[in-house]
Ligand binder design. Structure first.
Ligand code: PLP
Length: 356
């Protein structure tokens, strides 16, 4: 068997959920979109079902996968529906949904559900991606109240820059949100993603929406999740399956990305960009070989990558290589590839998933 293994520590997931909830207070949705950020949505949902207040996903397909897996807790569609026909399934499977635009609002008004919907009405408080403007929001709220199609209404917004704690934008988004809320009857509210929950006390409202921090990765490049006690859920590891000796001045792999400055022992590792390891990770990206830090050298190929064994004389065929997890944080690898941990985790595939 190919030795690339993604170990998913479900006890860490539970630990992180509990901590997130302690930190936020109130209730917390566990965000399981994108196959639980690459960790396996049905498995993660089952592991959390007895402690989570509810789940959130991006779309109907993801919600139905969880219902089919036997998940009975509330599931929120964070982007609502894309077509009016989906409302029948929202109704039949007892899903909650965001309403983020005039178009979706009109679909709800025109619908005939067996039971009224649980709706999270999205305010655009400054991110300018989705949501109703502060001018249109109160009228939209009242239309939903009047329609008789809403069993409950929750106010929601989303932060653009909560991962930059000093930046004023989050505060101005909160002010906009609260100013709109003052024009409306009291209701449940949800504003915080992971960064909001960790860094902004004023963002702790009725419902938190915890994504990346559940998986023990960091919403901030500077790192707050580990300080908050979060534990990495995924450990991606493979093995050395070949060893090459290079003389000084010899290249390895595609292109001229790496040329050895000294005699170099190279380990071939079964993990490549087709497995989700970022091709843009450059020479020097960290790996842990039998528990000792070393580095990636040369370009990442589709099915393998190459690491430096020169200073690890005991390492060889069969040595374990952690790509990220405990010794190597996924945030660190993401930084080496000019991206964020979210993208790396979501992209893991072809590995054997082991649920622990
Ligand atoms: C994905 C998402 C979240 C979770 O974000 P994290 O940064 O992973 O915590 C929260 N709210 C909405 C609307 C989302 O789309």
């Amino acid at each position: 068997m190919r030795p690339l293994i993604a170990s998913i520590r479900l006890d860490h997931l539970r630990h992180n959920y509990r901590l997130a909830k302690q930190r936020h207070g109130g209730r917390v949705l566990a965000v399981l979109k994108a196959n639980a950020y690459g960790h396996g949505a049905p498995q993660c949902a089952r592991a959390l079902e007895d402690i989570a207040d509810g789940f959130a996903v991006a779309c109907l397909e993801e919600a139905l996968q969880l219902r089919e897996a036997g998940i009975r807790r509330p599931i929120l569609l964070l982007e609502g529906v894309f077509e009016a026909e989906e409302l029948q399934a929202v109704d039949a499977h007892d899903l909650w949904m965001a309403v983020t635009s005039e178009r979706q609002l009109a679909m709800v008004e025109a619908s005939a559900p067996a039971r009224p919907f649980h709706i999270w009405l999205m305010l655009d408080s400054g991110m300018h991606r989705e949501g109703l403007s502060p001018q249109d929001y109160p009228a939209a709220w009242r239309r939903l109240e009047k329609s008789g199609k809403a069993a409950s209404l929750t106010r929601m917004t989303h932060f653009a820059r909560a991962d930059e704690p000093g930046v004023a934008m989050t505060f101005s988004q909160l002010e906009t949100f609260d100013a709109v809320a003052r024009q409306l009857p009291a209701s449940e509210e949800s504003v915080a993603n992971s960064a909001g929950m960790l860094c902004h006390e004023r963002a702790r409202r009725s419902w938190g929406r915890a994504g990346i921090l559940l998986y023990g990765a960091d919403p901030l490049p500077s790192g707050v999740a580990a300080d908050a006690g979060m534990l990495p859920v995924m450990r991606l590891a493979s093995r050395v399956f070949g060893v090459r000796e290079l003389a000084a001045g010899e290249p390895v792999g595609y292109g001229d990305n790496f040329v050895s400055a000294r005699p170099t022992r190279v380990g071939l590792v079964a993990c490549g960009y087709a497995d989700g390891y970022p091709r843009l990770a450059s020479t020097g990206s960290p790996v842990s070989i039998d528990g000792v830090r070393s580095r990636l050298i040369g370009r990442v190929s589709m099915d393998m990558l190459t690491v430096d064994l020169t200073d690890l004389p005991a390492a060889g065929i069969g040595s374990e290589v952690e790509l990220w997890g405990d010794a190597i944080s996924v945030n660190e690898v993401a930084a080496c590839a000019g991206t964020i941990s979210y993208e790396l985790l979501c992209n893991v595939k072809r590995a054997a998933f082991r649920y622990l």
